[in-house]
Ligand binder design. Structure first.
Ligand SMILES: O=P(O)(O)OP(=O)(O)OP(=O)(O)OC[C@H]1O[C@@H](n2cnc3c(O)ncnc32)[C@H](O)[C@@H]1O
Ligand SMILES: [Mg+2]
Length: 197
């Protein structure tokens, strides 16, 4: 099986990528398999810029093709927050539960019709000697008033996925991949995989 490296230290993302790529016949390695790789600083102002920073730095260090994912949740009533700061919304330690609590608190008086939000995922593909490129995907939904479901990771328990009429954390991994921002972004890469790997 061909191997692809995803420059992530996020366990939830790593699990999703492993399953999605396995169904395409590829084996995923992440930075959990290469613990000496550094944390790349996400200094960009967009998801795309941050995905490119992560993919290019790890590709340069490994001298191999590398894909990186930068993603997050954008809430209309919060003017797009947490956005590119989704991982660290409630503090540097990147705590999913604290991040959810902060969003629930900020959204507690916002009425049903003003709770629209979307997940965004930018994937960057860095190949030594070639120009890095990006693809992206979104997933439309609403912010719930409380947690629902136990699957997935990050903000999934408070995100109502319009496409499935269920909370994201109620979906199986296959159901989520079919409608998610990450699934939509990956769809656009599928045809390129033989040249990336
Ligand atoms: O940079 P890497 O190492 O990949 O890991 P990270 O956790 O820092 O990842 P990001 O910088 O891309 O931040 C993304 C955050 O957005 C949230 N997020 C992204 N995709 C999500 C999904 O499918 N479901 C729920 N939350 C998601 C989640 O809280 C992540 O921590
Ligand atoms: Mg990050």
């Amino acid at each position: 099986m061909s191997e692809i490296i995803i420059a992530t230290k996020n366990k939830g993302k790593a699990e999703e990528f492993k399953k999605m790529f396995a169904s395409l016949g590829y084996e995923v390695k992440t930075l959990h398999d290469y613990p000496d790789m550094p944390d790349v600083e996400e200094t960009g102002t967009t998801f795309e810029e941050n995905a490119v920073l992560k993919a290019e730095e790890i590709s340069r260090l490994m001298n191999r093709p590398v894909i990186a994912d930068d993603s997050g949740l954008s809430i209309d009533a919060l003017e797009g927050r947490p956005g590119i700061f989704s991982a660290r919304y409630a503090g540097e330690e990147k705590n999913d539960e604290a991040n959810i609590d902060k969003v629930l608190e900020e959204m507690k008086h916002i009425p049903e019709e003003k709770r629209d939000a979307r997940f965004y995922c930018a994937l960057a593909v860095a190949i030594p000697g070639k120009k890095t490129y990006t693809v992206s995907g979104t997933c439309e939904g609403k912010i719930l008033y409380a947690r629902k479901g136990t699957n997935g990771f990050g903000y999934d328990p408070i995100f109502w996925a319009n496409a499935k009429n269920k909370a994201m954390a109620e979906l199986t991994s296959e159901e989520k991949a079919a409608i998610s921002h990450r699934g939509h972004a990956l769809k656009q890469l599928e045809k390129d995989l033989p040249t990336i790997l």
